[in-house]
Each structure stands twice: as structure tokens, then as C-alpha cells.
Design a protein. Structure first.
Length: 124
């Protein structure tokens, strides 16, 4: 797996993934976990981090006043209109870019598909 530097808005992470698209999807998943509840006892996407084939991530959001974070509060990553992915580092002019909404839509389809599969396994 290659190492990708993924950034969008206040979110920055280093992700090991098979492709830039997969790195972007994993980054969106990490950001969406901030706002969507996950069932810790469930075998959902949140548990995929234990799979040896899953991308690994190190999230390093900006801290302090630059992030709008209040002292003592939990940092919240905010995406902007584009997700930028590079194998060479952050803030590169030669990075690949994807529309954030396109990546979020693909992530949403994956989550819905996994949810349907889990329901089928429980009721099947």
C-alpha cells in the first residue's frame, strides 16, 4: 500500500491505501464518524480499522486558534469543496483533487450497502 497525504478544509491525515480514491474515502469516513453515531458492538465500517487490508490513518488537524477550537474542546475537522491527495506531502501543487461531495456520495453508497448486507445477515 502507498502512503497518501489527504487534506480538505481543516482535515489532514496520512493514509496507507491502495489508491488515492480509497485514501479519500477513508478520510471522509473518519470525518463523518465525528457527526454520525456508530454502534461500537456492530461489525460496521468503524470496525474495519482492525482488518489488515484496511487503510491506516493518522489524523493531525490544526490546533489552537487557527482551527477555531476552544481550549479544552475536542477538535472537529471540517471539509471544504475539494479533497486533495498526494503521495509527496501536504499543500502540493501536483496533488490529485476530487470534489468532496463526489467522495461523500460514494462513501454514503458504501455505508448503505454495508448496512443492507448486515440486515440480510441478521434476518437471513
Amino acid at each position: 500500500m502507498a502512503k497518501f497525504y489527504v487534506q480538505s478544509g481543516t482535515f489532514r491525515s496520512v493514509v496507507a491505501a491502495d489508491s488515492a480514491r480509497k485514501a479519500a474515502l477513508w478520510a471522509v469516513h473518519q470525518v463523518m464518524q465525528q457527526v454520525l453515531p456508530t454502534d461500537e458492538g456492530d461489525d460496521s465500517l468503524s470496525a474495519s480499522a482492525t482488518n489488515e487490508n484496511s487503510p491506516t490513518i493518522t489524523n493531525r488537524p490544526p490546533s489552537g486558534e487557527a482551527s477555531g477550537q476552544r481550549p479544552g474542546s475536542t477538535p472537529v475537522a471540517v471539509l471544504d469543496g475539494r479533497v486533495r491527495i498526494s503521495e509527496r506531502g501536504y499543500d502540493r501543487n501536483d496533488c490529485a483533487e476530487m470534489p468532496t461531495m463526489e467522495v461523500v456520495a460514494e462513501w454514503n453508497q458504501m455505508v448503505l450497502t454495508l448496512d443492507r448486507l448486515q440486515q440480510m445477515m441478521r434476518h437471513g
